[in-house]
Write a protein that binds this ligand. Structure first.
Ligand code: GLC
Length: 747
């Protein structure tokens, strides 16, 4: 590049820098200027969020108090209003207010808007951060075309208890994987700069530790040490904040006796203080008002006072701010500076989205029509769904060949079970659109694959005691060479307020399985669920198991792609599968005890159960492939790690099969002696690698001081000198290479 060219380019960057800086400064200035014009009532209005489902569509009433409040400038945001036309209509009401401050339209776009992607826990099973980011990107593109500015996602709650139905919405039990996925989802929704018409604000939720609800019962109290909070539950939120997440949502639970909504430690000391977070916090639905039954606030005014003081900026549907904040300021109980700070945070985002310059930029019906009918979205939904499927078992047929993949011809298939032709169930929870007609069922997926419909019988319902369908199922099975049994949960057995004391496969489905097994035909179980289920009997007796979670709009095609080998399964479990609920919580990165079980046959006076092993049925990181892989030749650049150094580990991964396939190689480590005991292993890196048949490839991991660090008893982030075990494996319970490294004293 010539000298003049360099000058030109440099000045260009300088100009962009100044402009951006000036633009950024101008947003702050514009916020400050607008704030000075606002009355106290209008300021409190910006902190008020209503749901608006009933305000649009047939039979809607335009003369409700909500619309009056919107016209009066007493509402800052609406949730559950969707559609380019519908949002424009409500925005027009907001633009009739004195200062014409546009509304933020928000919605739970959790795993797709019109094109439904697999539920988030399923996407975590892909271990494919690019694919996860793309899924969020497509969801944002569709939602923004329908007038949505802001999604209440990603949910980044670590969850180790599958009795809790919301485990479906997160990324599973691991903090490292969960943090990377949090970042990928935030950037997928927002891109790296808000302001475009296909970038929407994301929301890191539920702050914080909601996934640790006692007994897995939703909305229940959470009690944990600061060590556990900082070590396990906060990092994904910090990763979201570092990725620039525009908003946070607090949580319904109390944390150590203090409701998250009224928790100054969480929202001011950590989030807005230590992390210097500049976005805004929305309360979860009614959570401000819920501080009354929690026994933390005596009335609505007290709740409003405690929430605004603790750093909750926007009030979702409790009406406490609208009802009490103005008076609290007038009575001198709440400083107007607190209100101003919250309002500025919210206005900043509205400017950043460009809503002041064009309040209708997301409400373009022409764009909506084209984006929502883009066939590429379904192609990507199918690609993602295939990556999420986890092959848990693949037995041998009588001829010695593997049961899966199935043959596309010459093999008569019977599809049995209540989820074989299910549509809505394949989408899972948190679906905001209204029809499921565009879902590809498992039946249709198989038919698309082999050209003719398989034999089919429902057999039984998902729940209940109906067995009258067994005869049809037996008749179909009798004609078949192989049975595909589609069983599991209905979509509404997982998700919010769907805690279960038993996580068995419900109803008579396992009785149906036994009846199918009794025919002597091979049975391939395809399990649909939003959580781990206790599937011990399937593990023992099914000939093959594909865990399909809730795979979304293209679920049937994706499942058929795996069943017939057009896609080689690559999913790995992001959460441990307990053998029974008595084991819960069971997770891979547990601390050791003074009496570890080293020989399962000798558990006398060991930390063990007398009626079940300690180990889960399926471990975190587990998942089979149609290929096989070997791990060999582990080498280290050095075994001693100095303070600012690093160690490069390399090994050879080989695909020893005749089929191309992907392997997720996982790096775990253990601090062998430390001032606070450390888990027996922690995931610290992974790579998903595609290898051709017979191909070998060198794989490198780098270990540095950061990967050896943890929170000590004083909650300082430290790496302590000493020995560490490094483990590389195909699953947390299948380590294939290991070695030791040494962190030398602080030199
Ligand atoms: C809820 C959920 C939260 C959701 C909000 C708005 O009750 O806890 O995740 O975003 O309501 O629908």
């Amino acid at each position: 590049m010539g000298f003049l060219h360099k000058i030109f380019v440099a000045s260009g960057f300088l100009l962009i820098g100044l402009t951006t800086n000036a633009q950024k400064k101008s947003i702050s200035q514009q916020v400050d200027s607008l704030l000075q014009l606002m009355t106290l009532e209008e300021k409190v209005g910006q902190l008020n969020q209503y749901t608006g489902r009933e305000l649009t569509g047939p039979g809607s009433d335009k003369n409700t108090n909500k619309i009056k409040d919107i016209r009066a400038g007493l509402v800052g945001s609406m949730l559950n209003v969707k559609g380019a036309r519908e949002t424009r209509e409500i925005q027009e009401a907001a633009l009739q207010s004195r200062l014409k401050i546009p509304l933020l339209f928000s919605l739970d776009v959790i795993h797709g808007y019109k094109t439904i992607f697999p539920v988030p826990l399923a996407e975590a099973a892909s271990w494919d951060l690019d694919a996860i980011g793309l899924s969020a990107r497509i969801a944002a593109r569709e939602a923004s075309a329908s007038g949505i500015h802001w999604t209440f996602a990603p949910m980044v709650d670590i969850a180790r208890d599958p009795r809790w139905g919301r485990v479906m919405e997160g990324a599973g039990e691991d903090t490292y994987l969960g943090s990377l996925i949090a970042r990928a989802r935030v950037l997928g929704f927002q891109t790296n700069k808000l302001g475009g018409t296909d970038a929407i604000m994301a929301c890191a939720k539920h702050f914080a530790a909601y996934g640790a609800a006692i007994a897995g019962r939703d909305y229940n109290a959470v009690d944990m040490s600061d060590q556990m909070l900082w070590e396990t539950y906060l990092p994904p939120f910090k990763a979201a904040a570092d990725a620039g997440v525009a908003t946070f949502m607090n949580s319904f639970n109390t944390l150590n006796g203090i409701p998250a909504t009224g928790n100054k430690y969480l929202q001011r000391d950590i989030l807005k203080g230590k992390w210097n977070y500049r976005g805004f916090v929305v309360s979860d639905w009614g959570s401000i008002g819920e501080m009354l039954p929690q026994g933390f606030a005596k009335d609505q005014s007290d709740a409003a006072f405690k929430a605004i003081t603790a750093g909750s900026d926007m009030d979702m549907e409790s009406r406490a701010y609208k009802g009490s904040l103005v008076q609290l300021v007038k009575d001198g109980k709440v400083a107007v500076t607190l209100i101003n700070d919250a309002v500025k945070r919210i206005l900043y985002k509205k400017f950043e989205l460009g809503l002041f310059s064009d309040p209708y930029k997301f409400s373009d019906t022409t764009r909506e029509l084209s984006v929502l009918n883009d066939p590429q979205s379904r192609v990507e939904a199918r690609n993602m769904a295939r990556k999420t499927l986890v092959l848990l078992k693949n037995g041998k047929s009588v001829t010695g060949s593997s049961i899966l993949p199935l043959q596309k011809s010459g093999q008569k298939i019977a599809l049995i079970g209540p989820l074989g032709k299910a549509t809505r169930d394949l989408e899972g929870g948190w679906i905001v659109k209204t029809d499921s007609n565009n879902v590809v069922t498992i039946f249709e997926g198989i038919r698309n694959k082999i050209g003719t419909g398989p034999l089919y019988a429902k057999g039984t319902d998902i729940a209940g005691n109906a067995v009258t369908g067994f005869n049809d199922a037996l008749a179909a099975a009798k004609e078949a060479d192989v049975i595909v049994l589609a069983i599991g949960e209905s979509w509404d057995m997982s998700g919010e307020a769907k805690s279960r004391t038993s996580i068995d496969i419900p109803g008579q489905q396992m009785a149906l399985f036994r009846a199918m097994k009794a025919t002597g035909k091979p049975v391939v179980a395809v399990v649909l669920a939003g959580r781990p289920l206790t599937i011990n009997e399937l593990a023992d007796s099914a000939d093959a198991i594909v865990y399909a979670w809730f795979p979304g709009t293209e679920g049937g095609n994706a499942i058929a792609d795996v069943l017939f080998g057009d896609y080689n399964p690559s999913g790995k479990l992001p959460i441990s599968f307990p053998r029974n609920t008595g084991q819960i919580p069971v997770y891979y990165n547990h601390n050791n005890t003074g009496r570890p079980v080293t020989n399962p046959k000798n558990i006398i006076y060991k930390s063990a159960y007398i009626d079940a092993p300690n180990t889960p049925l399926y471990a975190f990181g587990y998942g089979l492939s149609y290929s096989n892989f070997s791990y060999s030749d582990l080498k280290l650049s050095n075994t001693d790690l100095s303070k600012n150094g690093k160690i490069v580990l390399s090994f050879t991964l080989t695909n020893t099969s005749k089929r191309a396939g992907e392997e997720v190689v996982q790096l775990y480590l253990r601090d062998l002696v430390s001032s606070v005991v450390r888990p027996v292993k922690e995931l610290k890196d992974f790579k998903k690698i595609m290898l051709a048949p017979g191909e070998s490839r060198a794989v490198d991991f780098t270990v540095d001081r950061e990967k050896l660090s943890f929170y000590n008893q004083q909650l300082e982030w430290v790496a302590e000198p000493g020995e560490f075990e490094i483990m590389i494996g195909t699953s947390s319970d299948n380590i294939l290479l290991s070695t030791k490294i040494n962190l030398t004293a602080n030199k």
